[in-house]
Design a protein around this ligand. Structure first.
Ligand SMILES: [Mn+2]
Length: 451
């Protein structure tokens, strides 16, 4: 029986984070340091788990030439990996594409960076003396196939040019691409690169496809095994929750029928982002904004206590949504109340530093939303129309696609970043539908219902 164990990581995006506005110096420093911290935590994971090698599926840094800090940090990282005898197999993505830092990555003999055409490296890596004497060369345990991007926006499907002889007992493919089963996704869409379909992977004898580009960790299918490791560190507020590395182990792989691939996720990101809704219950008897503030503080602490606390996380940044119906809905939207609540929340002492990026008050006036569709006036007509839309996901999706590039409207109604082509799209569509319909209801009530 042979056993294989490797770490799959991706999308570190060193020197990124502009989408999160840096509210103050402390937050700015933590945002900047986060991906560097994730890299240090990866090294610690390597010391603990002793993987045989690492596969990296692209976007190690944001764009252009590596900063001096990134160079120093990566140099330390690769040198430490060398002392641990861990090779690093690296396919470039659309951000860190070939032609930007080529000579830097050639400095490390344990870094195997793929070229713009499909090729493979063996594990264990062949040593110089092996190539001089072919007969002494030991058979590789594993072949790692990969291809790198050479442009910021790759339109082609790399799998069209792929072939693989599967000479090694275990074969890995490393690819940075949007994998989608939906025909609605086009390779020219924003955020889509090197688009391919799930079925395109079926014809190759690859045991594990290590994918990058989509920042949400996901196992797309198990045969052949297709997995996104997700970003090692969140790069925007919408990438909520823990981020990290996937440890892959495979056993019995000489007999393919008994082959079993096991994956385990390890959180590494020192900074996590969250989106949290706090709802003011209808029957809460809160007479003034002071009592409302206490209520939301209590509600936040209660929700926060339920979080899974990853010990490597030092910073948690929240977008908060205040919901419910209350007579004080106008006062609760005032800047003074919001700022007061924000500073009280940021004073909470916990295992990690809490920052509140944004508080959006969505509290509505007391209004009989549930029965509005029974009214025989214009407002009732609008509510009936919204109800039909609620039950028609296809029409809704077509509306959402029209909004896709309208960031002004999307920001206004909190639709956030639209996820392309991955497994979460259905869940996300559902969330967007609820948000959009609620926003429509509110606008109509405010316009049509006299106070
Ligand atoms: Mn990418």
């Amino acid at each position: 029986m042979q056993q294989l164990s490797f770490i799959h990581v991706s999308d570190l995006h060193l020197d990124n984070f502009p989408p999160v506005k840096q509210e103050n110096d402390e937050m700015a420093i933590r945002l900047h340091d986060a991906p560097y911290g994730a890299l240090k935590n990866l090294l610690e994971l390597c010391r603990q788990k002793s993987p045989q090698f690492i596969v990296y599926s692209g976007d190690i840094h944001e764009h252009g030439l590596l900063s001096l800090e990134a160079r120093f940090c990566l140099t330390d990282f690769f040198n430490e990996l060398k002392t641990l005898d861990i090779p690093f197999y690296y396919a470039c993505g659309n951000h860190d594409h070939l032609g930007q830092n080529d000579s830097f990555f050639q400095n490390f003999e344990n870094v195997f960076r793929f070229s713009e055409n499909w090729s493979y490296f063996p594990y264990p890596p062949s040593k110089k003396e092996d190539t001089e004497n072919e007969t002494d060369r030991c058979a590789p345990l594993c072949s790692i196939y990969g291809v790198s991007h050479s442009t910021r926006k790759e339109l082609k499907n790399f799998l069209k040019d792929f072939s693989c002889d599967a000479a090694a007992p275990f074969n890995i493919g490393v690819l940075h691409a949007t994998v989608s089963s939906s025909d609605k996704i086009k390779n020219t869409d924003k955020h889509v690169v090197a688009l391919c379909r799930e079925k395109d992977f079926n014809s190759f004898p690859i045991d594990y496809w290590a994918l990058g580009h989509i920042h949400e960790p996901a196992v797309i299918q198990e045969s052949p095994f297709l997995a996104y490791a997700g970003a090692m560190q969140a790069t925007r507020m919408s990438e909520t929750g823990a981020r990290g590395a996937t440890l892959v182990t495979a056993e019995h792989f000489e007999n393919k029928t008994e082959q079993k691939i096991h994956t385990e996720f390890f959180p590494l990101a020192p900074l996590e982002t969250y989106s949290l809704s706090l709802t003011l219950a209808m029957d809460e008897e809160l007479e003034n904004t002071g009592q409302c503030l206490e209520y939301f503080l209590y509600a936040f602490k209660k929700e926060y206590a339920k979080f899974e606390k990853n010990p490597l996380c030092r910073t948690r940044i929240f977008n908060l949504y205040l919901e419910g119906q209350h007579d004080l809905y106008e006062e609760l939207q005032e800047e003074g109340f919001i700022q007061n609540l924000k500073s009280k929340l940021e004073e909470i002492e916990t295992d990690a530093k809490i920052f509140i990026k944004k508080i959006k008050c969505l509290i509505r006036p007391r209004f009989g939303y549930e029965n509005a569709h029974k009214r025989d006036d214009l407002l009732g007509e609008v509510f009936r129309l919204l109800e039909t839309l609620r039950q028609d996901p296809e029409t809704f999706e077509s509306i959402l696609r029209k909004l896709d590039n309208d960031f002004k409207i999307k920001n206004e109604i909190e639709l956030g970043f639209f996820a392309h082509g991955d497994k979460r799209s259905k869940k996300q569509l559902e969330k967007y539908r609820k948000t959009l319909l609620k926003a429509c209801e509110n606008i109509c009530v405010n316009v049509l219902e006299p106070k």
